[in-house]
Design a protein around this ligand. Structure first.
Ligand SMILES: Nc1ncnc2c1ncn2[C@@H]1O[C@H](COP(=O)(O)OP(=O)(O)OP(=O)(O)O)[C@@H](O)[C@H]1O
Ligand SMILES: [Mg+2]
Length: 312
């Protein structure tokens, strides 16, 4: 039997020693006590963690942590988050964080939210580490990793009421993963509740999809006010970058987009995401848009968004 210490085990599995200890505590991995040392069996460790092993070299730079937010519902947050993570993961390690109790991002990657036993809810409750929730989505070598969510998340703030530092729970939970990913993309819920605030506190930047309706523009203004509050704890958070979504060749769509561009200058992506049936078709087939329809105009537009993101 090849017994190894927890430090080595954590390194092999690509998780923290706390995660290894939690696995032993939960009897998902056998621990062997030798004197005052706790050991695990190497082969067993690999078989337990292999689906979760993140085969990437450590990323020396800080990851870009991007919140996709707008409290208005149905503007294209999830579509955008799924498309961007899928395209970015073709070149580097990416983590997709489903921060919405609706679990739409989890679903878009082909998982049933109701089947997930360990989700962001359990992470925020401090029951498991975020690594323990990760699902591998994309193909090697980079992989795309998903931290799933489901309806449990809707109850989180009632469950943790009274704890200190509620607005920073997600930021703290993400710490062990910072060295592993180049991008962390968060799909926020359609509200300005503590979940969205946690995303904004953890974020290094914010993308705000807006559809071409006057209500969406109002939502954007409210979000900017919330971001101003968030800067008390995350002072480096830059102004949000707006992404015009579901644009059409109609008078209303064209004039709303032109108005936004005039007002926002550099704070709006120069490319817009056109309205196309490909988006519904990809959702129907439970595949991210870029994989289902690589030649779609919307996929090409998302690719241009990525080029703008890379340019900073
Ligand atoms: N470019 C597009 N073309 C056509 N339909 C789109 C496009 N983008 C999004 N949609 C459609 O709009 C609806 C809302 O999109 P999505 O779920 O991405 O929005 P959301 O902001 O995440 O919604 P919620 O606030 O409920 O989380 C979906 O039915 C989706 O298919
Ligand atoms: Mg959504």
């Amino acid at each position: 039997m090849n017994l190894i210490g927890l430090q080595d085990a954590a390194q092999i599995a690509g998780v923290s020693t706390t995660t290894i200890r939690n696995y032993i505590r939960d009897q998902r991995l056998k621990g062997y006590q030798k004197g005052n040392r706790l050991l695990v069996e190497r082969e067993e460790l690999i078989s337990v963690f292999s689906p979760k092993l993140i085969s990437v070299s450590l990323n020396p730079e800080k990851p870009r942590i991007i919140a996709i937010a707008n409290q208005k519902g149905g503007v294209g947050k999830t579509t955008t988050a799924v498309a961007l993570t899928t395209l970015l993961a073709q070149e580097c390690p990416v983590l997709a964080l489903d921060c919405d109790p609706q679990g739409n991002m989890t679903q878009a990657f082909g998982f049933d939210p109701d089947d997930q036993e360990q989700t962001l809810y359990n992470v925020l409750l401090d029951e498991v580490s975020i690594e323990q929730t990760l699902l591998r989505v994309g193909p090697p070598p980079n992989y795309l990793w998903l931290a799933p969510s489901n309806l449990d998340l809707a109850d989180i703030w009632r469950r943790v009421a009274g704890r200190v530092g509620l607005e920073s729970l997600l930021k703290t939970a993400l710490t062990p993963l910072l060295a592993r990913f180049k991008y962390i993309i968060m799909d926020c819920p359609p509200s300005l509740d503590l979940t969205t605030i946690n995303c904004l506190v953890a974020a290094s930047e914010v993308i705000v999809p807006v559809d071409m309706s006057i209500f969406s523009v109002r939502g954007m203004i409210k979000l900017q006010a919330t971001m101003q509050e968030v800067r008390k704890v995350n002072p480096d958070l830059p102004p949000p970058k707006i992404l015009a979504c579901r644009t059409e060749h109609t008078t209303v769509s064209v004039s709303i987009e032109a108005g936004l561009r005039e007002r926002l200058g550099n704070n709006i992506f120069s490319v817009a995401i056109p309205k196309t049936k490909d988006v519904q078709a990809s959702q129907f087939s439970k595949q991210p848009l870029p994989l289902h329809s690589p030649r779609s105009k919307a996929t090409q537009a998302y690719q241009s968004v990525i080029e703008e993101i890379r340019r900073g």
